[in-house]
Structure formats: structure tokens, C-alpha cells
Design a protein around this ligand. Sequence first.
Ligand SMILES: Cc1cc2nc3c(=O)[nH]c(=O)nc-3n(C[C@H](O)[C@H](O)[C@H](O)COP(=O)(O)O)c2cc1C
Length: 345
Amino acid sequence: MGDSVRLGPFQLEHPFILAPMAGITTSPYRRLMRRHRAALVISELVSAHGIEYSGQRSLDLLRFHEEERIVGLQIFGEDLKLLCKASQWVEKLGADFVDLNLGCPVPKVVKKGAGSALCRDPLWLGQILTAMVKSVQIPVTIKIRIGWDAESKNAWDVVQAATDAGVSWVAVHGRTRSQGYSGFADWDFMGDLKAKSSIPIVGNGDLTTPELALEKLKKYGMDAVMVGRGALRNPFIFEQAECLWRRGEGQGQKPLSGEDYSSWLQEQRTLLEEVYEPRVAMIHARKWIAWSSAGFQGCHEFRRLVFSTSDPETLWAESKIFFEKKTQARDLQFLAQPFLMGGHG
Ligand SMILES: Cc1cc2nc3c(=O)[nH]c(=O)nc-3n(C[C@H](O)[C@H](O)[C@H](O)COP(=O)(O)O)c2cc1C
């Protein structure tokens, strides 16, 4: 495999990118993942209405750090004018690209005609995308599902509308809207889409190990693949996938050392405490630490401790002890079990 890959107008160091996840892919998390070799990061979905009416929460979600580049900010909405204005706002903030959420299955979003509902009418969607692309200089990208339900897998129509509008790439979560997070991502379907498409396609769904990420990338000829939940349980997944991609499959990985884990913990702490007040930093730290402990011996007792302590010093000290001791004994089958089956895309 080569030294770098092209994705739309960007040259990426490798083809493994971080999926947007609401409440999780905050600026400190994105910085952490860039340090741990995610080739590109995207914010969680931010409401175009919220941006227009200067909702503080929306504006907070749009903050990013220079260290995150290449970084995209994701918006959602159903109103053409507001989506164009939100895109311009994203451009003004200096983000590298603006991503439109077209995969969110959540009823509150879909009922208003946003998220995955916008894909039900590819003609109208095409008009929105054309207007968005015209309204900014930065690239416009989209993230979709393969269709509304098993009877209407219309992702190809959406890809065509996006191509005509000048969208830079389409990321596809290989489930339908009605599947939510059940079943499996349909990689064969995404592979067909990729084979027919003249614009880059990014495949996404159920990549829980670095081996799987590389396998799907190659088998389906994807331009890049996107990893979400897999990175929560294995924060080293990007560097491991990159390593496999560069050195070839079957080359084996350097096992993670206790030191790898303690410096990862230290980085988390520094980043969280730089951005948040102690109480909020604890909320994020607990989640990050608990997810990453999955499958290690004693993870259940450890999680109980993580969620019962309110003292940051205890949290970080106990985590250091836990991860330093457990790095070699992980139940990999556990990692493939369904996890966090709800989200906005
Ligand atoms: C908790 C959670 C929040 C999510 N939030 C978003 C979001 O804000 N925008 C989006 O496009 N997708 C969102 N998603 C969907 C993911 O980006 C991804 O498409 C999905 O999790 C499948 O990939 P995975 O199996 O690698 O996790 C979210 C998923 C989860 C689990």
C-alpha cells in the first residue's frame, strides 16, 4: 500500500478516519484520536437552526483546535437557506470541510425532515446539496445510510445527486434507517455503490478491529473507511490499522505495553482538564475509561469503581493500575459484541 491516500481534495496519511459520534467526538476526544493516528476527524451533528439562532450549545459544539486538522464540522437540518448559512458559518470558523448529516435515524430529527429523512427525496436533496456547494469554498461532504428500509435502499440515487451537486465524498453507514443499529452493516451493498460511483466512497459500520478495517477497505475498494464504536473500545485501533496497512496483513502487531496505556491515560487527563471544569472532565473520563476497559479481565468490577468514585485522583490512579496490569489478557470476542446501539447516524 502507498504512503498516503487521496480523499476528495485532501491528502490523508492513511485511509482510516474517525466517525462522528454525538456526545463523544468532542474537541478533546478528536485531538486525542488525531494523536492516536485517526487520519481525519468530524464533529458530532450540530443543528443549522441552532447555529442561526446562536444557541450557545450549538456554537460550543463547533469549537475545534488546530491540532485536529484535518477536521470537518457536521451540520443537520432540513431548510435549504439555513443549511447554506450554517455551511458559511462553518467555513468562517476555519473548518477544513462541512459535512451534512443524512443518516440520523432519531425520530425527533427525522420527523422534521432532517437526517435520514432528507434522502427519501433525492431530487430535493440534490437542490439542497447544489446550493450548499455553491455557498462555500470549502468541500461539502455527506454521511448517509444505505436507505430508509429494506424496500427502499436508494443510496445510489443519493450518490448520484451528490455527484451532480459537486459533493466531495459520500460516507455510508451500511444499515437502513429502520434497522437503527440492529443487524449488520451491509458491506456488499456498499461495495456495489463504490464500484459504480465516480466520487469517493467511505465505508462505515461494525469495524471493531484493525484487521477488519483493513479487510473491508481492500475487499470493497473503499477510498477510506470510518471507525466509530470500535475506537471507543480500542483507542489504538487507528495506529494499529495504519501499521497493518503499511506493513501488510499478517505482519503482526507490537503488543500494547502498560506504558502505552499510561501515557494514553495521561493525555486524556491533560486534554480533558484543559477544556472542562473538573466535574465535566470526570463525566467524559469515566466513559472513555470504561469503554476502553471492555474485555479485560476484571472489567466489570473496574467499571463499578470508575462510576462510583467522585475523586479524580482515585479515578486516574486506579485506571493506571488497571490498564498497566491488563494489557495482555483481552477477550477479543467480547469486543465484537453489540455495543452502544443508538446514535445520530
Ligand atoms: C453514540 C453515537 C452517536 C452518533 N452520533 C452521530 C453523529 O452525530 N453524526 C453521524 O453522522 N453519525 C453518528 N453516529 C453514527 C456513527 O458515525 C456510525 O455511523 C455508526 O456508529 C456505525 O459505525 P461503527 O459501527 O463504526 O460505530 C453515532 C453513533 C453512535 C453510536
